[in-house]
Write a protein that binds this ligand. Sequence first.
Ligand SMILES: *[C@@H]1O[C@H](CO)[C@@H](O)[C@H](O)[C@H]1NC(C)=O
Ligand SMILES: *[C@@H]1O[C@H](CO)[C@@H](O)[C@H](O)[C@H]1NC(C)=O
Ligand SMILES: *[C@@H]1O[C@H](CO)[C@@H](O)[C@H](O)[C@H]1NC(C)=O
Ligand SMILES: *[C@@H]1O[C@H](CO)[C@@H](O)[C@H](O)[C@H]1NC(C)=O
Ligand SMILES: [Zn+2]
Length: 475
Amino acid sequence: MLWVASLCLLLAPSILGAPTNKQRQKVLLISFDGFRWDYDRDVDTPHLDKMAKDGVKALYVTPPYLTITSPAHFSLLTGRYIENHGVIHNMWFNTTSTEKKPYYQTQFVNEWWDNGTLPIWITAQRQGLKSGSLHFPGTASSYQGEVAMVQEVEPLFYNYKNETAWRENAGKVMDWFSNQDLDFISLYFGEPDGIGHRYGPDSPERKEMVKQVDRTVGYIRHSAEQHGLNDRLNIIITADHGMSAVYRNGLVEEITLSKIPGFSFSDIAFHLVDFGPSGMLLPKPGKLQKVYDALKGSHPHLHVFKKEEMPERLHFAKNDRILPIILWSDPGYVINGYFPVQFHKGEHGFDNQDMDMKPFFRAVGPAFHKNLEVGPFETVDIYALMCHILGIKPEVNDGHLNSTKHMLVSSTTTQGEDVDFLNNIFNGLAAVAGFLVVVFIMVTSHKLLKDKRKNKRSVSSDQLPAKEMIYQTSL
Ligand SMILES: *[C@@H]1O[C@H](CO)[C@@H](O)[C@H](O)[C@H]1NC(C)=O
Ligand SMILES: *[C@@H]1O[C@H](CO)[C@@H](O)[C@H](O)[C@H]1NC(C)=O
Ligand SMILES: *[C@@H]1O[C@H](CO)[C@@H](O)[C@H](O)[C@H]1NC(C)=O
Ligand SMILES: *[C@@H]1O[C@H](CO)[C@@H](O)[C@H](O)[C@H]1NC(C)=O
Ligand SMILES: [Zn+2]
């Protein structure tokens, strides 16, 4: 009887492995940088509309503060507020040497990104899944020595607007899903952020770019179908922040720090201003109160906070990298240092309560309800949602599954921790079934042998040899 037991052990995994793999759903997270929640309201967007009909659309989502690209994207990948993941700015800086690195170069500063929080790529891979990333901010860095197993980092001076390249990238991602069997991929497009900065969110150029995004969404969904991925792939489309028009041409009193009475850059050891509506200052020793008093209340649209006084809701204080004085301006205004040097018609980086900063959210796939419109939630909640669909245990994070789980069809709740439980039941049942089959075979073949001895001609053709029956049960 020993061989019966070992046969059961051999059979069980081969029966089990397959269904688990088949059931595991995939996730594609797409970010269209700076796609504001209401960009589809003044443009015809048939593909985004179709996606909403086939899946879920949120009225809008709330990004983390600071509403800028690298920090907000890293919150999507980690589910953590910016003060908790540490990527507090698009620019790496050193307050001692006063060195700063621009956005693109900062992508390659490992210590800036790898500050104690793991992006979903790594967490998924540690739990046996396969991850990929194409151009998503944070892709170039490694995390505790690990990277997404398939990745493409954005080249320097990349043309963000090239629709042909967008399609090529979408094609690559579908290929990674179908030919390399990846489970999770993050995919990034640099528009409509670029066009929103340059021409403003109300411009005809922005509307044209939204049409290009819409065509691309149609292309991506078509491509997923062509690759036979529709029954396993969930597509989530969102963005890092929105966009707000900047008042120009002497329409408003500009905020220029050097012109504020009592304020002097000679009291400042290091600063990050001239990057839109937000700024941070490190006063020289003993100068903090002087700088603060000069700036506070100096302009009706300038907000000045000591780090420890920052409103709790912004979650942008409790990190050593955040400088002692934080500034931000109201929509329409930007913060200039010595004199105006920025002439964008659109900006982001404002308070995340401002409706202009809210991104869009769409999701479609086997995990999601169809034709469902939901209320707003935070973009930090997307991480827990993705982990749930992938059936992986999330790291510590600031999001809540309860704010998104109403978007999911109930069967998806068998993913995640429940999967193990179901697998165990399935394992048990399969082992028992395997055992019964073997017993049946033994009894039958024993009987067969007996019958044979009695009368060789009595063996009918539908009494299969034992070996064939084993093959059938293991398929
Ligand atoms: C920052 O600059 C100082 C002075 O140049 C240097 O000693 C320090 O190592 C730098 N820190 C980092 C993290 O690069
Ligand atoms: C995060 O970065 C800061 C310096 O900016 C460093 O002091 C700290 O040790 C880092 N933490 C981790 C966990 O990497
Ligand atoms: C757009 O991308 C395609 C494919 O990568 C490339 O062949 C073409 O030269 C690009 N065009 C522009 C204007 O950058
Ligand atoms: C979700 O759960 C968290 C913590 O358990 C709670 O603080 C929050 O209010 C809940 N949110 C919703 C929408 O139920
Ligand atoms: Zn951005």
